[in-house]
Each structure stands twice: as structure tokens, then as C-alpha cells.
Design a protein around this ligand. Structure first.
Ligand SMILES: Nc1nc2c(c(=O)[nH]1)N[C@H]1C(S)=C(S)[C@@H](COP(=O)(O)OP(=O)(O)OC[C@H]3O[C@@H](n4cnc5c(=O)[nH]c(N)nc54)[C@H](O)[C@@H]3O)O[C@H]1N2
Ligand SMILES: Nc1nc2c(c(=O)[nH]1)N[C@H]1C(S)=C(S)[C@@H](COP(=O)(O)OP(=O)(O)OC[C@H]3O[C@@H](n4cnc5c(=O)[nH]c(N)nc54)[C@H](O)[C@@H]3O)O[C@H]1N2
Ligand SMILES: [Mo]
Length: 767
């Protein structure tokens, strides 16, 4: 019998207090230690923390922020500590657990409860018609998958998802196997994340990545943080922001919410030698200006900023724009200026929800800055017009020539710790021509020509029966994807679903007719293969590639590395594949790195350079002032202004992360920086909207979203009165994912519009 779902228990415990005045500080340290010692014990916990983000140690699983050249002994943050302890936890679940809990029963549990059960310890199978997962040997599991793959009418009937924690080595072999098998169906979490960035930047500057390094923060005059919450999602970035401020820089935050991590920071690490942190942890003020933009109003803000610059430039030609840079390094200036002239201030203020003076104030800060850096994340990428908006960020930088010199440049902040490396290794539903040619030459085979399916397309293909096998290298597809009901139906419509994972999650409980769970080693664990102990490598958001080596005994002797799993599956599926020695690769990762070196540009002497403490940087032409696109110049791109207005009676909703989760992994129920504790089914609303909609603070409500194909619902959310622009609301990811329509995604990048959904909010029927 299933016990009462703990979702309800949790709701009863909801505790709302005013957000704190500062982020990080001592609280962050005590909270980190509580997680580490609570889940790992003191000895193991301390050992792990001392190896996190150290040269030759474990690359932190939590985010893609790079490590500084001079590292302190405690180069981690509260959320890194949580990520490590979540993986290295002493809680384990094996066959007894699954014998006593049916899939139907586990489905009633919350994500928080599922994660808390601990690490998976042996391969499991849910046979067709069965109610419980049961143990299966690796050999049987792999031959079952291979048999199914070989029986498909076409390789395109299988999709191979990747989350962003997979190492370079495993990712490279995985895409090689998938392409050798015959499909480009390689959707990944990036499709839901920074795909809009990759599309926009590849076109505008020839490289879909950041153009700065960590040291640029100390040389810049201004940092703009737009649509990002670093205090929670890249906490070590706060040290860089504090360093920039210390060196005299200003900072602008563009965000509907007054995120505490953007306004004030207390460095919890005295070793950083930061004057803000000595004795008494004095807080550093971060943002000098906060622009509380409406949801989806960023393009309007950017056009407003550029319009203000243009007006000043016209008053005094040459005083604002970098004419020489524009002449020698860019294309499309005239057309772009014409498009800017076509936008009116009335539209800008309506779209942004800001007054002209606020935007002009920010514009003056940009005019005063010799060089500036713009950082952005999901608040920008997950919108219909995300690609165009990011190209407006580029336009702003090009006008001022603020790219390709010290302290100046673009800084998309990637999420998963190796999501960028996975893409560099070829995890993509399409193929870069150079990569294709090199891969074909190295392994003497013809890669599939047709583009594969991205995440949104994969869901539709599974739903419609065009795809029959779902294989996931990590991640939690059901909970992370938009439109939870659609994606659940899609997976359940598959003949076979396979997940290589570390922890039980919702996707494991949304099985196809047959389902396999293959438990793998985590990054903190020792990876022993025939040639000895192995290490892997990852790429940070600033193109730094470095090694990561586990230090703990694996959670169980039955765990296998992701690389081993790919190689065995490849052998079983492809047979004696000429030219690819899968066995050798799985026994010695140096051989994988040698192959990567011959296929992926920038990895020369990979095995040598990865062993140098701190690793190496990949080439970054835009940082050096050259733009490797077809034109050989940075492109101004002209787009009409776009923003979304909710029809009368409706509101816009954005979905956000709490301080106590990593994507779909819920560590706890304390969103400390927003004053929410004990529950997650909440909806943040502006005071005026609450009144106008005839609602009350603290009331239980149901939420409906609207799209071309109909309505979607979630029930039993509690209203939290919050400082958020009128007409805007926010709820947590993944609880709000059932509201995100599958068909609603960014143009060109297909990134679901998780940050902008049209909703209505009504008093709960259950009241
Ligand atoms: N601890 C922890 N670290 C993480 C993660 C995690 O879940 N937990 N996830 C990792 C991953 S994969 C990623 S991609 C990153 C995500 O990192 P972030 O992008 O920082 O995460 P989000 O919470 O999705 O939202 C970012 C911010 O966008 C704002 N926002 C919402 N809508 C809009 C809008 O329309 N305009 C603007 N300007 N802002 C808006 C929100 O108020 C929020 O502050 O973090 C990574 N690191
Ligand atoms: N509404 C809404 N939806 C969103 C977002 C949003 O902001 N709003 N953000 C989107 C973004 S930015 C992203 S990146 C996606 C994230 O989507 P995913 O990457 O699919 O999701 P995660 O929650 O990061 O995956 C967690 C699972 O990975 C497994 N895992 C952990 N470590 C390892 C490992 O080392 N190896 C393997 N093989 N498995 C491991 C664990 O079993 C765990 O359950 O979600 C997207 N979905
Ligand atoms: Mo992400």
C-alpha cells in the first residue's frame, strides 16, 4: 500500500518569511556542512570537499563556472557541496527496495523523496506487464538493448538523449556509437537550455560560446547580468562579481525578481583574500542598478539601451560608438540602425515594463564603461524570441566595440558542468561539417546525412510512434522536458526505455513497455579499468578543459562507467566493427583522447596538456578579435521588436530554480534567498494582481496555461505575495512543467519557452 503522498505533507509545512538581505556568508557554510556531513559522514565528507575543484581533483558536478588559476583549499560553494554529497551519499537502494515498492507506488512519491532514497546499486529491469523493477545482469541488459536496436526498421526509430554531466570521453564515444549505428537522433539537455545562445552566437560571431575568461572580470568597467540568478545557480560567480566590484566596476541586473544573489554578497571563503570577507563577513554590494523587467521584456530593454546610445551618438558623433571597430570588424550596421529607428520608445516601455529614465540610466553606465561584460542564462534563452534577443546583446557589444579585448565580451553562463564539452564532442542532432569529415576519416565510415531529432521533436516522434526506443545518458527527461503529460505519454508509448543514471528519478517511473535502469559511476568515484585507474575531462563555460578524477570507492561493485556501458553496447549492437576497437577504448581512456585529438579541432596534445595542472584553453577566435563565421566579421542583426502581452484576465508565468535543487534533483525544501521553506508548490504573485484577480495571499489556487492546442492545468499551488512586476508570476521548475506547451518553443533553437507561459490563476477547487 502506498503511504500518503509526501507532497501533501510538505505543503502543510510551508513557511514564508521575508528574503534575507545578503547572499552566501556563514549561512552558506553551515548549510553546506549540514548536507556534506549529514549525507557522507565527517571523514568522507571532508575528504571530498578538499578535492572539489582542485587541480587533479573532482570537477564539481554542479555548474559550468570555471575554476580560478590560484585556488584556495575550499574552492567550492554551498550548492557544489550539496551536489557532491548528493552523489557521494551513503544512502543506497538495491533489489530489496524495488521488491517492496511497486512502480505505481513510487510514482506517488515526490521528487524530493525519490532522490533521498540514495544511489542505485545494480542494473534493473521492468519487464513488460510487470509491476516491479527486478535485478538483471549487465550482460542480459546489454544484449536486450542491442537486440531491440537491431530489430528496428530504421536506426531513426531510436533516440539517444544526453544530459550535461557526461564527460568528454564518454560523450565522444556515445555519439560515435549512435552515428555508427546510423542516426543523428542525439537530443540533449542543451536543447532546453542554451541552444538559443548557440544558434545566435554561431551566426553573429562564429562561435557559440563565451568570449571571455575569468580574469576579464577584474579588468572590466561594467558587468550586466541579464536573466540569470548566479547566487543560486553559479554561486562561485559571485566571487568574480565581487572581484570586479573591488576593482571599480559597476553592475546592472536585469531581472523581474530582485534576486538576493544579485544585490549583495558575503564571501563565505576568507581565503579569497577579499576585503569584503575579512572579519565579520562584511557584505559586498553587487548590482548598482536593478531593472525589474517584465517577463519576456528583455529585447525591449536592449533596444531601449541601444536607442539611448544612438541618440547620444547622433548628438555627438564618435562619442559613443566604436566607429573603427564597426568599420573594420562588422557587417550590417546600416540595416541594423534602420531597424532600431523603427522602434519607438512607447513600444520599448510597454514591452519592458520600465520607464524611459530607468533605461537611460543604464545606458549612461554603458557609455561610461570603456569595456563591459554581459552575462546571461535561462531568463533570456527560454523565450520565443530568444535567438533574436541574444543577437541584440551582441549588437549592443558591437556598437561599443566591447568584444575581443581585455575586460570586454559575451558571457553566456552554461548550466550543467559539462554541457558545453558534450557539444564540443559532437552531442548534437546535427553535424558540423569539419567534425563530420574528421569523424568519417578517423573511423572510416559514412555518417548519417539527415539531421536528427532535437528534444521537442523527439517527444513528438515517440508520441506518434515514429520512435520506439528511448535511451538516456543521464538526466531526467520526463521531469525536465516541457509538457509533462505529453512527454509521459511519449515515453510510455515506447517499446523500450533505457536510462544510464545514478539516482532514482521520475523518468524511471515513466517506463516504456520494457524499461532498464543502468546505474553508473558518479564523477566522485574511482573509475578502475583493465589498464588501471582512469580520469575524465570536462569543459567549463569559458572553454577551459581539465581533468576530473574520482576519489571514493564506488557506491557498489556493480556500477559501471558511462564509457564502459557505451563500449559494451556498441560491441553488442555493431558486432566486430571494423576500425573501431571498443574494447581498447573502454580499457584505456587515453586512447579515446587520442581519437578526440584527431577529430575535434583545438585538442592538440590532449593527453599531455590535460595532465598539466589546471588543464588548457580551447582556441577562442572572437576573444582574440577574429570572427570565424562565413563573413569573417561579426554581424549586426536587425530584428523587429517582440514581446508578449497576456490577454485581459491572464498573466505571464516564468519557471525558476529554488536554492535547494539541481534541476530536477530536489535536495531540500528551503529556497533560502526567497524566504520560502517547507514546500515547492507555490506561485509568486504581485500584490496588485492578487487583488485584481479576487485572490488572497496564502490561498490555494489552480493554474491553467493556454496555447493553440488547448489548456493545461496544475492544481493546489499556494500564492506567495512577492516583489515581481505586475502581470508577471513565477513558479518552480519542475512542478510547473505540465503547463509548458510542447509546441511553444523559441524560433530556430526549439528551446521550450519555460520562462514565458500565458496562464490564469483561480481559487483552488479543493478549497
Ligand atoms: N544549484 C544549482 N545550480 C545550477 C542549476 C540548479 O538547478 N541548481 N542548474 C544548472 C543549469 S542546467 C542551468 S541552465 C543554470 C540555470 O541558471 P539560471 O538561468 O540562473 O536559472 P533559472 O532559475 O532558470 O532562472 C534564471 C533567472 O531568470 C530570471 N528570469 C525569469 N524570466 C525572465 C525574463 O523574462 N527576463 C529576465 N531578464 N529574467 C528572467 C529569474 O528570475 C531567475 O533569476 O544553472 C546551473 N546551475
Ligand atoms: N520549466 C522548466 N523546465 C526546464 C528548465 C527550466 O528552467 N524550466 N531548465 C531546462 C534546463 S536549463 C536543463 S539543462 C534541463 C535539465 O535536464 P536534465 O539534464 O535531463 O535533468 P537533471 O535534473 O539535470 O538530471 C538529473 C538526473 O541525472 C542523473 N545523474 C546524475 N549524475 C549523473 C552522472 O554522473 N551520470 C549519469 N549518467 N547520470 C547522472 C540522476 O539520476 C538524476 O536523476 O531541464 C530543462 N527544463
Ligand atoms: Mo541547463
Amino acid at each position: 500500500m502506498a503511504e500518503k503522498s509526501d507532497i501533501e505533507e510538505v505543503l502543510d509545512a510551508l513557511n514564508i518569511t521575508p528574503p534575507p538581505a545578503t547572499s552566501a556568508g556563514l549561512h552558506a557554510v553551515t548549510n553546506a556542512l549540514r548536507h556534506v556531513y549529514g549525507k557522507m559522514g565527517v571523514v568522507r565528507g571532508t575528504r571530498g570537499m578538499l578535492k572539489l575543484n582542485q587541480k587533479g581533483g573532482i570537477d564539481c558536478q554542479s555548474c559550468a563556472w570555471p575554476d580560478p588559476e590560484h585556488r584556495t583549499l575550499n574552492e567550492f560553494c554551498e550548492n557544489g557541496a550539496k551536489a557532491l554529497s548528493d552523489e557521494a551519499t551513503r544512502a543506497h537502494i538495491g533489489r530489496e527496495f524495488f521488491a517492496s515498492h511497486s512502480v505505481a507506488e513510487l510514482k506517488q512519491r515526490s521528487d524530493f523523496w525519490l532522490n533521498k532514497q540514495g544511489r542505485l546499486t545494480e542494473p534493473l529491469i521492468l519487464r513488460e506487464g510487470s509491476t516491479h523493477y527486478e535485478p538483471v545482469t549487465w550482460e542480459d541488459a546489454i544484449s536486450l538493448i542491442a537486440g531491440k536496436l537491431k530489430s528496428l526498421a530504421s536506426p531513426d526509430e531510436a533516440v539517444f538523449y544526453t544530459s550535461g554531466r557526461t564527460s568528454n570521453e564518454a560523450a565522444f564515444l556515445y555519439q560515435l556509437f549512435v552515428r555508427r549505428f546510423g542516426t543523428n537522433n542525439l537530443p540533449d539537455c542543451s536543447n532546453m537550455c542554451h541552444e538559443s545562445t548557440s544558434v545566435a552566437l554561431a551566426e553573429s560571431i562564429g562561435l557559440g560560446k563565451a568570449t571571455i575568461r575569468l580574469e576579464d572580470f577584474e579588468e572590466t568597467d561594467l558587468v550586466i547580468v541579464i536573466g540569470q540568478n548566479p547566487g543560486t545557480n553559479a554561486p562561485r560567480m559571485l566571487s568574480s562579481l565581487a572581484a570586479a566590484k573591488k576593482a571599480g566596476a559597476k553592475m546592472i541586473a536585469i531581472n523581474p525578481l530582485p534576486e538576493v544573489g544579485l544585490t549583495s554578497f558575503v564571501d563565505p571563503n576568507p581565503q579569497h583574500g577579499n576585503p569584503f570577507s575579512v572579519l565579520g563577513f562584511r557584505p559586498a554590494k553587487l548590482a548598482d542598478l536593478h531593472l525589474p523587467v517584465r517577463i519576456g521584456g528583455d529585447m525591449a530593454v536592449l533596444k531601449g539601451l541601444m536607442k539611448a546610445l544612438l541618440e547620444r551618438e547622433r548628438e555627438e558623433p564618435g562619442s559613443v560608438f566604436d566607429r573603427e571597430f564597426i568599420e573594420s570588424k562588422t557587417l550590417g550596421y546600416d540595416e541594423f540602425i534602420a531597424s532600431l529607428d523603427a522602434v519607438s520608445w512607447a513600444e520599448i516601455t510597454a514591452g519592458s515594463g520600465l520607464i524611459r529614465e530607468q533605461i537611460e540610466k543604464a545606458a549612461r553606465m554603458i557609455m561610461r564603461a570603456r569595456s563591459f561584460v554581459t552575462c546571461w542564462a535561462m531568463g533570456v534563452t527560454q523565450h520565443t524570441a530568444a535567438v533574436a534577443t541574444i543577437q541584440d546583446i551582441v549588437n549592443l557589444h558591437l556598437l561599443r566595440g566591447s568584444i575581443g579585448r581585455p575586460g570586454a565580451g559575451l558571457c553566456p553562463v552554461r548550466g550543467h558542468s559539462n554541457v558545453q564539452g558534450d557539444r564540443t564532442m559532437g552531442i548534437w542532432e546535427r553535424m558540423n561539417p569539419v567534425f563530420r569529415e574528421n569523424l568519417e576519416r578517423e573511423f572510416a565510415f559514412k555518417t548519417p546525412e539527415r539531421d536528427g531529432l532535437n528534444t521537442v521533436e523527439s517527444i513528438a516522434a515517440m508520441r506518434d510512434g515514429r520512435a520506439k526506443v528511448f535511451f538516456a545518458m543521464g538526466g531526467n527527461f520526463v521531469a525536465a522536458s516541457p509538457d509533462t503529460e505529453a512527454v509521459s505519454g511519449a515515453l510510455e508509448n515506447c517499446d523500450l526505455t533505457v536510462q544510464v543514471i545514478t539516482k532514482l528519478n521520475r523518468t524511471a517511473l515513466t517506463p516504456g513497455r520494457t524499461s532498464l535502469l543502468l546505474p553508473c559511476l558518479g564523477r566522485s568515484e574511482i573509475d578502475m579499468q583493465a589498464s588501471g585507474e582512469q580520469f575524465v575531462s570536462t569543459e567549463s563555460t569559458m572553454l577551459n578543459v581539465q581533468m576530473s578524477k574520482g576519489i571514493f570507492e564506488p557506491a557498489s561493485e556493480h556500477l559501471r562507467s558511462e564509457t564502459w556501458i557505451v563500449c559494451r553496447l556498441a560491441e553488442a549492437t555493431l558486432g566486430n566493427d571494423i576500425g573501431i576497437d571498443w574494447r581498447d577504448f573502454s580499457e584505456n581512456y587515453d586512447l579515446i583522447r587520442d581519437a578526440i585529438e584527431r577529430v575535434v579541432p583545438g585538442f592538440d596534445n590532449y593527453n599531455e596538456r590535460i595532465r598539466v595542472p589546471g588543464g588548457f584553453y580551447l582556441p577562442n577566435p572572437p576573444r582574440d578579435g577574429t570572427f570565424p563565421n562565413a563573413a569573417g566579421r561579426a554581424l549586426f542583426t536587425a530584428h523587429p521588436l517582440e514581446y508578449i502581452e497576456a490577454p485581459p484576465g491572464r498573466l505571464l508565468m516564468t519557471t525558476i530554480r529554488s536554492h535547494d535543487q539541481f534541476n530536477t534533483t530536489i535536495y531540500g525544501l528551503d529556497d533560502r534567498y526567497r524566504g520560502i521553506d517547507g514546500g515547492r508548490r507555490v506561485v509568486f504573485m504581485n500584490e496588485r494582481d492578487i487583488a485584481e484577480h479576487g485572490l488572497e495571499d496564502g490561498q490555494k489556487v489552480d493554474i491553467t496555461s493556454y496555447w493553440d492546442d488547448g489548456e493545461r492545468h496544475v492544481k493546489g499551488f499556494t500564492i506567495v505575495k512577492y516583489v515581481i512586476p505586475a502581470g508577471c508570476t513565477a513558479a518552480y521548475f519542475p512542478e510547473a512543467n505540465p503547463l509548458v506547451p510542447l509546441g511553444s518553443h523559441a524560433r530556430r533553437s526549439f528551446t521550450p519557452t519555460s520562462k514565458c507561459i500565458v496562464v490564469s490563476i483561480e481559487k483552488s477547487e479543493e478549497n
